[in-house]
Design a protein around this ligand. Structure first.
Ligand SMILES: NC(=O)c1ccc[n+]([C@@H]2O[C@H](COP(=O)([O-])OP(=O)(O)OC[C@H]3O[C@@H](n4cnc5c(N)ncnc54)[C@H](O)[C@@H]3O)[C@@H](O)[C@H]2O)c1
Ligand SMILES: [Zn+2]
Length: 705
């Protein structure tokens, strides 16, 4: 908005045109945010536009439009939902952005009430970044649930609300009519897991937990909402047949007693300084809460005073939202380090002059890969308007949810004339081997394999990780130490540690952090892992593309280490039957198969695997006992969208019940499980007369098995 006119200099005509432009922009933004759950601009930009609109209206009150954005709350209910009219409107909140705004709020309230300097109490509580929901209970039973909509009429989401664990179906000790209001939100952990699941099944991912919560609650099909882990905090109420209490604090305590979740960070404040102190405390805790908040809400505690203060057109006079500054900051990029991963990937990391972003000190940020640094996406398109990132640049850093900070922008006006574009290394900084970028891969990789110390350490860390060998007392830290001291350089070395260093325990015992007991425990824990499940061994090898789920599939398919290793050798020839058998496993594609056979065919890598296996007794993978399972031996195909489990979960569960999961429908197929959007497979199954179930039907079939 660099070319916008300063409000003080505006003519009436310019103001009229500007108000029209802002109404248009804000309308579009509201629709994208509230109706589509997919904002097109940042909240900070939206707030700035809205403020500008208010300021122009304040200077030219006669120009205020009938459809002024200042008089609007949210957006009208979306098509498809039935509508519910709120008995008491659901409004927005006025905003405060700094200490002065908070003091002004207190002064306004006092003036309105004619309180002078008499004591006045407020509550202060986190502003949850989700979407508001109104729950209506009649005689203690939940009868309806509605979103805010435009404040007067919301969307009927009763069936969806019933799927949320935090929302009681019935409450004891409530007034005959009780509308409980609060925020539906999604935790960071659940948000991440949801996006992972969505990616795995090719569904849409969400930009942030708020969008995910809104998109999940506002579903026409409640079974989708059920599959999404939503949560609810109660913080206010609508229509009530009798008062809950005399104060905000006591009313919330009563809701908590009825079984609603209420926020534990709610505090009573006697003066604005207390409010600011609580704000600072909450801001400090923000990154550890596990869910998104975007500010602190202050409310007059005395409900009689709330009643006297009442409402403006879109906001109560007795409350305000003190917003956190955007989680953005500018700082200097001091260096770019290259980290080498387990599979040799070279990952650039920005080393930053330390800066506080949203209450947390940040000194590193990810730069993803060389294209990202150059200002391009993986398809060669421009990002950041094509601006590249150079050492010495001033960069804008942001945090989204609780993930690693990222670099959003570069300030070219502060770039030094002598700076040069960053040259991404073409050799591995750890071992000097060529770093190669395969066509179609965004990542450059070290070709050094096991001679690369960085890859070796990462491989060792992976080897001892939870889903692999999971050796008690041998975590990432110990592995790094042992590797740095030359005690271990490959997994096989772990199993000779006792022979090499255990005599008298002198050496290990003398190391920092180790005593005789912990040393003995470590050796024993290592010995206990000489008996290992085939799936853990396959996963522990750390072969690229071969994850935990695939390792389980491979173990079940081949049964024993010998059979597996022989098959990998034979499958080196893509014309072989073994290759066909390998790629025929549902869940193993050609890319994974290629990666597996290459690892076995590569001499040094193969030798290291053989050295490891020589120390192990690999258990044969037992097919689970499936006698009595209704689907044992059946060939099952999944198609369409599954809403209550991921495809991988569905497959794993079916296999654990003795079914064979196949990727395509044929005359041999016994059951087709078809979710919404099932296409040709469902049609074919119909033609072949194959039993077809929906997801619920399938779950009912295997229930209790
Ligand atoms: N990026 C965009 O395009 C876009 C568009 C529209 C709105 N927005 C954003 O949405 C917000 C404006 O929407 P709004 O009208 O809902 O105002 P708001 O979010 O600033 O405040 C009102 C809402 O706060 C919520 N809330 C959370 N915790 C609360 C608590 N403890 N007590 C009381 N209320 C609590 C309630 O849902 C209430 O409806 C702004 O943050 C704005 O940036 C962004
Ligand atoms: Zn290397």
């Amino acid at each position: 908005m660099s070319d916008t006119i300063i409000i003080a200099d505006m003519t009436k005509e310019q103001a009229r045109a500007e108000l029209a432009r802002l109404a248009d922009l804000l309308n579009t933004a509201n629709h994208a945010y509230h109706t589509e759950d997919a904002p097109q601009i940042s909240d900070a930009d939206y707030d700035a536009l809205k403020r500008r609109n208010t300021e122009i209206e304040a200077r030219f009150p006669e120009l205020k439009r009938d459809d002024s954005p200042s008089d609007q709350v949210g957006a009208a209910p979306a098509e498809g939902f039935s509508k519910l009219r709120h008995a008491v409107s659901m409004l927005s909140l006025s905003n405060a952005f700094d200490a002065e705004d908070v003091e002004d709020f207190d002064a306004r309230v006092r003036k309105y009430l004619g309180l002078g300097t008499d004591p006045l109490r407020y509550t202060a509580e986190p502003k949850i970044d989700g979407l508001s929901l109104s729950l209506r209970y009649e005689d203690g039973e939940l009868v309806s649930a509605a979103t805010r909509g435009d404040g007067q009429v919301g969307e009927n989401v009763t069936a969806n609300a019933r799927t949320i664990d935090d929302i009681p179906q019935s409450v004891k000790g409530a007034p005959a009519v009780l509308e409980v209001r609060g925020e539906v939100y999604m935790s960071h952990e659940d948000f991440k897991a949801l996006n992972t699941r969505q990616t795995a099944r090719g569904g849409k991912t969400f930009a942030n937990p708020r969008n995910a919560a809104a998109g999940s609650l506002r579903q026409l099909d409640a079974s989708i909402t059920r599959a999404r882990p939503l949560r609810f905090f109660a913080y206010t109420w609508g229509e009530i047949s009798e008062p809950l209490a005399d104060t905000q604090m006591a009313a919330i305590a009563r809701l908590a007693k009825m079984g609603f979740q209420t926020n534990p960070l709610t505090a009573l404040c006697d003066v604005p300084a207390d409010m600011l102190a609580h704000y600072a405390k909450i801001e400090q805790m923000r990154s550890q809460l596990g869910y998104d908040i975007d500010g602190v809400v202050y409310k007059v505690d005395d409900l009689a005073l709330q009643g006297r203060l009442g409402f403006r057109s879109t906001t109560p006079r007795w409350a305000t939202a003190h917003k956190f500054p955007a989680e953005l900051a500018w700082t200097r990029l001091e260096a770019i380090d290259i980290q080498v991963g387990r599979t040799g990937s070279l990952s650039p990391v920005a080393r930053l002059a330390p800066v506080t972003v949203g209450g947390v000190v940040v000194s590193n940020a990810t730069l993803h890969n060389e294209d990202y640094i150059a200002g391009r996406d993986s398809k060669g398109g421009e990002i950041r308007a094509g601006k590249d990132i150079r050492i010495g640049d001033w960069v804008e850093v942001y945090r989204a949810g609780d993930v690693i900070p990222k670099v959003a922008d570069v300030d070219l006006t502060k770039r030094s004339d002598t700076s040069e574009p960053y040259v991404f290394p073409k050799t591995c900084p750890q071992c000097g081997s060529d770093a190669i970028r395969e066509p179609g891969d965004a990542v450059r990789r070290c070709s050094g394999g096991l001679i690369c110390p960085a890859q070796a350490v990462e491989k060792l860390k992976h080897f001892v990780s939870r889903s692999a060998f999971d050796i008690d007392g041998l975590g990432a830290k110990q592995v790094e130490q042992f590797h740095a001291d030359g005690w271990i350089s490959e997994p096989a070395d772990i199993f000779t540690l006792r022979d090499r260093y255990g005599t008298g325990l002198q050496q290990l015992k003398n190391r920092e952090g180790w005593g005789e007991k912990s040393a003995t425990n470590l050796f024993d824990a290592i010995d206990a892992r000489r008996d290992i499940e085939l799936a853990r061994l396959i996963f522990g090898l750390g072969i690229r593309h071969v994850g935990e789920a695939a390792s389980n599939l491979l173990a079940l398919h081949y049964g024993s280490w010998e059979a597996f290793a022989d098959a990998m050798d034979a499958a080196a020839d893509p014309a072989s039957e073994a290759w066909g058998d390998l790629t025929g496993i549902d869940g193993v594609g050609a890319v994974m198969a290629g990666s597996l056979t290459a690892a076995f065919a590569q001499d040094t890598e193969r030798a290291a695997i053989d050295r490891l296996v020589a120390h192990l007794r690999v258990q044969t993978a037992e097919r689970p006992d499936t006698s009595g399972s209704p689907v044992a031996g059946k060939i099952v195909v999944f198609t369409g969208t599954l809403e209550r489990m991921t495809r991988a979960e569905a497959k794993a569960r079916a296999e654990s019940l003795g079914a064979k999961v196949s990727g395509s429908v044929s005359a041999k197929t016994d059951i087709l499980v078809a979710g919404p959007g099932a296409g040709s497979k469902a049609k074919k199954a119909g033609e072949l007369g194959i039993e077809t179930l929906d997801e619920d039907g399938w779950l009912a079939l295997i229930e209790g098995a």
